[in-house]
Design a protein around this ligand. Structure first.
Ligand SMILES: Nc1ncnc2c1ncn2[C@@H]1O[C@H](COP(=O)(O)OP(=O)(O)O)[C@@H](O)[C@H]1O
Ligand SMILES: [Mg+2]
Length: 222
């Protein structure tokens, strides 16, 4: 994916608020990148652009060969359903559905054409959470819930997975397990991963880190 010369301004009574000013951000298909930066530097805005939920005031955002701002609203929604997986800080699992039903619902929404039962079993097994399939979210630990959240995000085989602080409410041990699950999961489906984190240990385990600052945006490879 690539972001070029992007500005995102939000109208406000006292004048526009600049949420993001980014010359370039590139991630090769199948790669994993961590995004770090202080609060207010535009991390969530960047993910929202990549998800096609925010239209840039200027500049271009491409995911694969598709320039998101060239799509109509409904085409962008369809693109998002087919190609995007999201993992949030809170797991956002539906409390009255089992683990398996939560994943099956994601498959139905994505309309991926996969056999839902077979794909659920496959993805839960690949990610080592198959023994949790018939539990409800409140019967899981925070780390287990996030790993199920990862399974739900990758079940439809998206090409891009966006994660906003997915380990933000976990202890170090659970955070490591979730990051490992995310990396394995995206590798299994060949998806690109963009993960926002405040945790340098998480960023190190992802590998490449992109630093957002209010004025300067530097890429640094490790
Ligand atoms: N809808 C909006 N309206 C006005 N300002 C916004 C809006 N969304 C974000 N901002 C501002 O843009 C900046 C970047 O926000 P955000 O992307 O949420 O930063 P981060 O996720 O790095 O904390 C902040 O100063 C924020 O207040
Ligand atoms: Mg944010």
């Amino acid at each position: 994916m690539s972001v070029r010369d992007v500005l995102v301004d939000h109208p406000a009574p006292e004048g526009a608020v600049r949420a993001l000013d980014l010359a370039s951000f590139d991630v090769k298909a199948g790669d994993a990148v961590a995004v770090m930066g202080p609060s207010g530097s535009g991390k969530s805005t960047l993910l929202s652009l990549l998800a096609g939920l925010t239209t840039p005031t200027a500049g271009t955002v491409k995911v694969g060969a598709t320039e998101l701002s060239s799509l109509s609203g409904s085409a962008r929604t369809a693109f998002r359903r087919r190609h995007l997986g999201m993992v949030y800080q809170a797991d956002n699992l539906l409390p009255h559905l089992t683990v398996e039903e939560n994943v099956a619902l994601a498959l139905a929404v994505a309309d991926s054409g996969a056999n839902a039962t077979a794909r659920c079993t496959e993805v839960l097994t690949e990610l080592g959470v198959d023994e949790l399939a018939s539990r409800y979210p409140d019967q899981l630990s925070g780390g287990q819930r996030q790993r199920v959240g990862v399974a739900r995000a990758v079940a439809p085989r998206p090409s891009l997975v966006l994660a906003d602080e997915p380990t933000g409410s976990l202890d170090d041990v659970a955070a490591r397990a979730v990051v490992r699950t995310l990396l394995e999961a995206t590798r299994f489906v060949g998806a690109t991963l963009v993960l926002v984190t405040h945790d340098p240990a998480v960023a190190t385990s992802i590998g490449t880190t992109f630093h957002l600052r209010p004025q300067r945006h530097d890429r640094q490879d490790r």
